[in-house]
Design a protein around this ligand. Structure first.
Ligand code: NAI
Ligand SMILES: O=C(O)C1=N[C@H](C(=O)O)C[C@H](O)C1
Length: 268
């Protein structure tokens, strides 16, 4: 297998630091640079937590400078939505394929990236969740939604998460919405006595976001019908759960010339 040359943006983050380990430990992956808003000009092995990495690489604060300096195949972005969007667009400009785990992109952001990918005929994968179990949870929920059109999504995350609802909850709602018979749920006259009590509303479905220390990433999708409920739940207990999905995405994006939103679209 040919070596895939990779840049990681956000290497010091909770996800980015796991991704550095993944790349280091995968024979046909090679980390060639890191993008961090701090530490420009340093080597990754000079930063706390990275002293033991085998192959040290330069750190850049500016993605464009990084892309001019190194010849990469893939950019893995695990940062914040605004930064991730800028990184993905800049990578595509330099013919580098983005694998983006960052969540919080708008519909317009996704449309813009798709348009650039089509123009450039370059692959790009945006994956709101890299955990295979979470992908199955979304697919099972989509299957269930054909038979149950009353559904509520509860996502639960650590309290350092910036975006709400989670990217996974939004993707789940979109997938359900594609097959679910249109319905505005709950009593037609229901009224919130405290704002937000019924959660966010997506196409008639409610999404509830829980943030607590101790949690990592969890979601349950609850379906209800006469005399029965069905609960589909996924739990990520540590961030290693996302790494096999990142590996698949990197291996796939180098062979792809299209825009992909959601890992379910590349898994057999
Ligand atoms: N797709 C998936 O399976 C998963 C996605 N995520 C998403 O990944 C993103 C990162 O999550 P965490 O690692 O938990 O967050 P984090 O806050 O631990 O890490 C974000 C990192 O981005 C870096 N950063 C910020 N601005 C930057 C810039 N201009 N250039 C380079 N780096 C910059 C920060 O220094 C920080 O280290 C979030 O959007 C989160 O929702 C998180 C877990 C799984
Ligand atoms: O921020 C996180 O932690 C996670 N973010 C992603 C999301 O928004 O769905 C994926 C996973 O839930 C963890």
């Amino acid at each position: 297998m040919e070596t895939i040359k990779i840049i990681i943006a956000g290497p010091r983050g909770r996800m980015g630091s796991e991704a550095v380990k993944l790349v280091e430990n995968t024979e046909h992956f090679e980390l060639i640079a890191a993008v961090d808003y701090k530490h420009d000009g340093m080597m990754l092995s000079d930063l706390p937590g990275f002293q033991s990495i085998i192959h040290s690489v330069p750190v850049f604060s500016d993605i464009e400078k990084c892309l001019q300096y190194v010849k990469a195949d893939v950019l893995i972005d695990l940062t914040t939505p605004e930064v991730g969007m800028y990184h993905a667009k800049t990578a595509l400009e330099y013919n580098v394929r983005p694998v983006v785990g960052t969540t919080g992109f708008t519909k317009e952001d996704l449309e813009e990236l798709e348009r650039i990918c089509n123009e450039k005929e370059l692959g790009c994968i945006i994956a709101p969740n890299f955990a295979i179990g979470a992908i199955l949870m979304m697919k099972f929920s989509q299957m269930a939604a054909k038979y149950f059109n009353d559904v509520e999504i509860i996502e639960l995350h650590h309290d350092q998460k910036l975006d709400a609802p989670s990217g996974t909850a939004v993707k789940t709602a979109e997938m359900i919405s594609a097959v679910r018979e249109r319905k505005k749920q709950g009593h037609p006259n229901e009224k919130e006595t405290i704002d937000g009590a019924r959660g966010a509303l997506y196409d008639g479905m409610h999404i509830h976001s829980v943030r607590l220390p101790g949690l990592i990433a969890h979601q349950q999708v609850l379906f209800g019908a006469d005399g029965q409920t069905l609960t589909i739940r996924h739990d990520s207990y540590h961030r290693g759960s996302f790494m096999s999905g990142i590996k698949i995405a990197v291996e796939t994006v180098v062979k792809n010339n299209r825009f992909v939103y959601g890992l379910e679209n590349i898994l057999d």
